[in-house]
Design a protein around this ligand. Structure first.
Ligand SMILES: *Cc1c(COP(=O)(O)O)cnc(C)c1O
Length: 358
């Protein structure tokens, strides 16, 4: 830290992203990326001509992409906000909807780590609501909570989802606060709250191209909600960085929207591979939470969470371990191809066998 850093940021603890190591080739099951490549149309969209156009600024209104998203989800363009990754939209939402006059924000104690970083960054009072003993979000904890609500659905890193009916109760009971539902993983088997945005002006649904659309490196996220919420987010974007999505990512996102069938097929494969992995790990004695996402959260009484993470890494498989007290026994394992998952299961079997033989 230099002596020039603004005082208000001196105690800020930044988010720690999952490792992206380059020392060797890993089976990468640590940051919930897709194991499948972007669709053909995305690859065709990034032509030489388009690369040459990088000398020009990108379209700040993101017109083409927003139009495609609107059409795909049956809403109007004015209901769609796009930005440089959904992290960007979460950041803007904390800026826009969580200040003192909203009496702060509420989110689950165990959830996406960025929520508490954004709360600290913007000095928002955060009420962190514990999960139930079986790691569920209890929706009744959020009824009439009198704060902005942020919930990942399915939740991360547990993978457990709320029903739309439960989300509607939360939205209905907090009419004077924004309820933000982060649907980063919804395509892998949970119910979307999207339709409710037509009925409730305080609901914002946030999505990303990073997980189900194989575009984590393009940095693209979008939000759907009432036109006035979208206008608020636009105001923040135009007050910070109007050209915050680059030309190539805009093209990639638009092409991906045209090929949704391909991506939804991939999501089905991930669900099959998730069922295989859950079953195989349970047979090896693991307890595995019921996941509706592209990852599973698992622990074993035979080996500690950190030890398993390190043993897997030694053998070329990366998973995500969190040292937070409540979840340190667990690892979050991204669901990859069936071959990757078979290798994972066999490697875990070997590690456990070696442990019991010494
Ligand atoms: C991955 C993830 C994001 C971030 O997505 P980007 O669009 O890549 O910024 C947001 N929320 C949750 C819960 C995630 O897991």
């Amino acid at each position: 830290m230099s002596r020039f850093l603004a005082e208000k940021y001196q105690s800020l603890v930044a988010y720690t992203p999952g490792e992206q190591p380059t020392d060797m080739k890993y089976i990468k099951l640590n940051t919930n990326e897709s194991p499948f490549p972007p669709s053909e149309g995305v690859i065709r969209a990034i032509s030489k001509e388009r690369v040459e156009e990088l000398r020009l600024y990108s379209d700040p209104t993101c017109g083409v992409l927003r139009e495609k998203i609107a059409k795909q989800f049956g809403v109007e363009k004015a209901n769609v906000f796009v930005s440089n990754g959904s992290d960007d939209i979460l950041n803007f939402s904390f800026m826009a909807f969580c200040d003192g006059s909203h009496t702060g924000v509420a989110f689950p104690e165990i959830s996406y780590g960025f929520y508490s970083v954004y709360a600290d960054l913007h000095r928002v009072d955060a009420k962190k609501i514990p999960l139930t003993k079986d790691f569920r979000v209890d929706y009744t904890d959020y009824l009439n909570v009198g704060r902005t609500v942020v919930i990942a659905n399915p939740n991360a890193p547990t993978g457990i989802a709320l029903s739309v009916r439960e989300i509607e109760e939360i939205v209905k009971s907090n009419p004077d606060h924004v309820v933000l539902i982060d649907e980063a993983y919804v395509d892998f088997g949970a119910e979307s709250a999207l339709r409710l945005t037509e009925k409730y002006e305080n609901l914002l649904v946030v999505r990303t191209f990073s997980k189900s659309y194989s575009l984590a490196g393009a940095r693209l996220g979008f939000a759907i909600g009432h036109t006035s919420l979208i206008a608020d987010l636009e105001k923040i974007k135009y007050s910070t960085n109007p050209y915050n999505i680059n030309r190539l990512s805009l093209l990639a996102g638009a092409a991906a929207m045209d090929e949704s069938d391909y991506y939804m097929e991939n999501c089905k494969k991930i669900q099959e591979n998730r069922a295989y992995t859950t079953d195989a790990l349970r047979k090896l004695g693991f307890s595995v939470l019921p996941s509706s996402a592209n990852f599973i959260f698992a622990k074993s009484d035979a080996i500690g969470g950190e030890e398993l993470y390190l043993e897997l890494k030694k053998r070329g498989i990366l998973v995500r371990h969190f040292s937070t007290e409540l979840i340190r026994d667990y690892n979050r394992i991204t669901v990859g191809t069936i071959k990757e998952m078979q290798t994972l299961v066999e490697t875990v079997r070997t590690i456990l066998a070696e442990k019991t033989s010494d």
